[in-house]
Design a protein around this ligand. Sequence first.
Ligand code: FAD
Length: 431
Amino acid sequence: ELNSQYDVIIIGAGPAGSLAASLLTQNNVSVLVVEKQHFPRFSIGESLLPQSMVYLQEANMVDAIKAAAPELGFQYKDGAAFFADNHPCHFDFGEKFTPGPGSTFQVKRAPFDQLLAQVAEQQGATFCFGQQVTQVRLQDPCIVTLQDEDGTSRDIQTRFILDASGFAKVLPRLLDLTLPSTFPVRSSVFCHVQDNIDSKTYDRNKILIETHPQCKDVWYWLIPFADGTASVGCVAKPDFFEKLESEQLETVSSSHEHSSHEHSVHEQWFDEAVNQSVRIKQLLATSTKANSVQYITAYSSNVKQLFGERYALLGNAGEFLDPIFSSGVTIAFKSAKLATDVLLKQLNDEDVCWQSEFADPLQQGVQTFKAFVESWYQGQLQDIIHFDDAPENIREMVCSILAGYAWDTNNPFVKHAKRRLNTLGQLCATS
Ligand code: FAD
């Protein structure tokens, strides 16, 4: 049974929502997390970065994650491997510029998100599943309207709302805060496979990112889990996939062997995209699909503002950049940590400044990742990553960002990301 009022209401029980709930409830704040779906539920975003372990540690969640890892198939991760133009290279997170954890996990998000919610619940937060937030009134106290699956609504009072609703962006939509991303629209096809990888040169402890042999702005991920399955995906502009379809349909109709209705379009896009890869195609030669192919598009987004008098936006409900550096969950955690620190002070009647204590520090790392994403698609960062003779300290600084330490202003690639990447990129391209 829910109370009629809570100090804080959190919309969404993804990583941002559960971490925020944990940090607040451990400081004796009453929290209600409202989640539309029933857990476990699928989510994309399966490769964590070592930086995220810092926030999980602060929420006292790491022990539970480590204890559950074998049973839930969480895969130990200590680096990132890249493959382009038949050139393999890798980064070990142990060899990074910034101090802090050098390993993390790759996780199926269904059990992972459920575990975080369970831990936060044990710590004292209240969760209600199968209820969605449909309306908010930002007065004092705020009124949040919940609707259950029968369509029945009820109002609950709160002092503050944290929106952690991910791509649904509940508050940005209700308050007209959404902004288009400055990135071009990209799409992704992905699925889980029983990978059957037996290659001796394959390191299961690293995410593998492969660049398409011809199209440098098209890339693949191979994210292994500990139970013999892996997540495989391809990211490209929509017209890349649409072209694959017409190419494939021609082959199909000329062979007369298959009906084009046999597989879904997304299934065809996935199969043909993987078929065009080199390393991943080899590794997955005897793999079988473990679930159906999914497609997601136009996921990058932004907002006009990250907070207001009685609300703040966390994780994807704020800004989402791009999947290339697996930064989504780490940014979601960082936003939850920063926001709950400010909110704890505010609930304690201390003076706070959401701009300088939440939005600005969050943006520091987001802007670092943004510069890295832009440089990746322009090709410069790919040259840097694959450049064998880069000085050791430069590799360590780049490695830090790949490990998620995008807020460490001691790292010159954080303070002057764009300029550094430009200069270094030109150097690597001409060497
Ligand atoms: P979510 O995890 O999306 O959680 C939001 C929750 O809110 C959901 O459970 C939803 O049901 C609930 N909700 C929605 N509307 C309502 C409502 N009205 N009322 C109540 N509840 C509601 N990130 C990584 O870190 N690593 C990766 O490898 C990675 N790969 C990616 C690949 C692709 C192709 C894409 C598109 C993204 C990837 N990401 C990755 C990003 C990652 O998916 C997100 O950044 C991350 O899930 C954001 O977490 P969150 O807590 O903000 O939101």
